[in-house]
Design a protein around this ligand. Sequence first.
Ligand code: PAF
Length: 288
Amino acid sequence: MRIVTTVSAMRRQARRWRQSGIRVGFVPTMGCLHEGHLSLIERARKAVGACGKVVASVYVNPAQFGPFEDYSRYPRDLERDISLTRAAGVDVLFVPDDREMYPTNGDGSFSTYVIEDSVAAGMEGASRPHHFRGVTTVVAKLFNIVLPDIAIFGRKDYQQTAVVRRMVRDLDFPIRVIVGPTVRERDGLAMSSRNRYLSVQERERAPAMFETIRLAREVVRKASAPLSAGQLRRRLIQFLGGQPGVRVDYVAFFDPDSLRVVQRVRRGTHLALAAFFGKTRLIDNGRL
Ligand code: PAF
């Protein structure tokens, strides 16, 4: 596995592959990899085949964190990421630093952003202003540098996948976006680099996120008619927020394709939720 740290070297490699007609699958990450990421790498390999190339990136993107969020303490473990990606069969690991990704060129500041302002508006977009602007900007930059044919994202960040798909469509990136399933711990907790922040007690309570989704599925399955979103939301907030030390950020019901919020919940409606376990903010989602 080759480790590339500069934009120019990554671009040279990407151009060579393109000239030789080699297909490239790309898995962008912020590092501190877990089985969820490894399953996306596996999916990328499957998509490009043995003759294709798989690129993964590790870059903790400052532009997608708010001023009071966890950018400085976001977990970083590059040595481990290198051995995991090597073992997973990645061809190139792209690890740029901030100067490579957001150069100031001696004239002050980086000042061009990509903004998707429809599917990015609610949920994570409402709770974390500028988050998706940071995501779309860095993902567009990474796409321009890595020149992938296929890019793989995890379903755990459901809204992010919708935002990226929309950006790819609207800005004509010639890239197929594949969404890989959420990988869960045995007790149902969705794998996330942020799970490392949880104290022992918070970790014990964290499966309540998935239990909330299961509760919603159960209620919808038993209902003989569409349910009021307001009533079901109150019930789920009572359940999740009733766990000690848990503060619910949002519970949202929406159409899985348009991400439009719905007033009536039925089978096929999508549920997304965010909650703080102590200081750690977890997200999860599922189809009802
Ligand atoms: O999902 C993530 O890890 C990040 O948002 C991404 C897509 C790597 C962009 O920084």
